[in-house]
Design a protein around this ligand. Sequence first.
Ligand SMILES: Nc1ncnc2c1ncn2[C@@H]1O[C@H](COP(=O)(O)OP(=O)(O)OP(=O)(O)O)[C@@H](O)[C@H]1O
Length: 670
Amino acid sequence: MATGFGGPPGDSRRGVSSPRPKGREAKNTFCRNVTIYGHCRYENTCPYIHDPSKLTSNENMKKRFNVDSPSFTPLQASTNGSLTPSSRSAAISPKAANAAVFTPKSQRSTASTPSLQAKEPALEWHQQEYQDFVPQSYDNQMVDPSGSASVLGYDPFSTSSTIPTITSGGHQASALNPYVQDPTGLTGASYYQGANTFQTAPSFHLYWPTGPQPVNLLGYQRTAHDFFISEDLRQDLQKKSEVARQILPNSSLPPIEQFHSLVCLDTAQHKTQSLFGYQSWVYKAVSSKDGATYALRRLENFRLTNENAIRSVQPWKRVFNGSVVTIHDAFTTRAFGDSSLILVTDYHPCSKSLAEEHFKTSPAPRFHGRQNASSHIPEQVLWGYLVQIASALKAIHGSGLAARLITPSKVLITSKNRIRLNACGILDVVHFDNSRPLSELQADDLHQLGRLILCIANNSPTAHLNVQKSMDHITRGYTGRLKECVQWLLNPQATPNTPTSPTGDRPMAKDVDTFLAGIADQMATVFDSTLHAEDTLFTTLGRELESSRIARLLIKLNFINERPELDASIPVPSGSTTSPSAAWAETGERYYLKLFRDYVFHQVDANGHPVTDLAHVLNCLNKLDAGSEEKIALISRDEQNVLVVSYRELKRGVESAFQDLIKAGRTSGR
Ligand SMILES: Nc1ncnc2c1ncn2[C@@H]1O[C@H](COP(=O)(O)OP(=O)(O)OP(=O)(O)O)[C@@H](O)[C@H]1O
């Protein structure tokens, strides 16, 4: 397998000897260092020939083509389908022409140990003077055919790769998961893909088809962003995860029911009571029941006069729509020293309200009180809001409910252009006793939606106070289609011949269905953007899948490389080439895995400076994971020996050494 060729003649280290050419053979042999590296560092003492022109004519002819070289003539298929030499047979001896077709050794018998001396034309070998390393249990399929490793290697911490299914008798049975390389699920650390199998070809269902990895890039072209999740998305997700876990060490907020670790999300200095009739607060809290984080809205000093009022939240729990903040529960509490109403909803980290997004004042004192003049909201964003809220209203009205509060401070932006109606259901509890008819409330939802878009398009929370002026602004900045849509929403009754009632002569019903039909074209556009966004996220997910695959491989390599404790104390199960007292990490396949680690991570340039080339690392690790036939030259740390080894052999070495570790771990644990 590992073939070595030496530096200075007679050098022999770490079980790898350098074959020494003798007599005529050396005089007329071209140095392989030159073939591979382009130069030989031992040129002064090396007995091989370094200048091709110095080769004798015969040897020279082998290396070069010139105008006298015979042209290449492909074999021609005979009528019976077999390949027959045509004119070639005339040029070579009949014996040679009738020679058997060459069959690579490894194809003759898949069960045999792969040929470790397979001769490469360029790396032809002299008689090997050292013992080859042969992995004991390599049989092209299972590292441990006896299956003992499978039992020994059972890891209770690994995710089981079997899917439990219920048989007709009600008993649990294990169904085979076709996507798992180890269908028994018993092998050690089955969280490693293919932990106990060796595959010569990549498993295509494990690889994301992102095309070739970028290699041969210049230094300045290589950035981590080329390979991993985009920087913006990474920061966004990490920020959300950090914010979601944030707690205040000396918080005076009490735990409420099963909710603990309360953090107040309200940063507003001035609280108004106009919307609910009560001062409201929003907290982030963790539930001890399921460990999830929720948002709790508290209405201070709320007195529940009717038991049924709080039950009006029940139907809201069934509203499951992407544009509504999901409601989970409602209860009253005295934990704050008053009687408070608590509404439990989904928590969306780092979200802000449309009011915060669009009506924020400039922080500079001289601009105090002024809206951001530059923030003209693109029309597509407004249509996005309209479509999302229309979809929310469709779900809400369809459940026999009304949103009742569609106002900029109660619509959350949870990610870019993604909005959700917040604070639904609260007015149903608060105004339970003096509620208006549902049809009226639902019609009002559409009116509030018109007002919301009017205010955002005008960049002003009070734009609805002067509708004519605000509509003029929309006329100047947006299409007639948007203007007509807002007008339709704001009008108490639908009028004929509006975009939302395209052909009708009679007034159309003013409900959410009519509205949705009127904006169908915009819904198609928004839907298409959503699909594109989903595609982008899937591509990103695919890239991260690659990263996790590489991470698993790295973890495995690090388990193996330079393990000190296995050196003498623990008998190594396979122990093919070593006695138990020999250094496990320094012998057999572990030795060239160590050199491989140096090759991947510890490369230096011509001046001895470290090379930190991410593309090189990923390239090597991907080839290792795929078990490529490509060969690489691994140089010993003393630079005296070179091992030529294929990624396929390295991969087999990783699997075998890892199985050794699993077995040693289980044996010693008894
Ligand atoms: N479900 C939620 N998930 C995450 N954050 C939320 C959630 N609900 C509200 N918030 C955060 O709490 C902040 C305060 O919300 P709230 O509804 O009280 O708005 P407000 O601007 O304070 O309005 P008001 O003046 O009516 O109290 C929001 O800006 C938002 O950042």
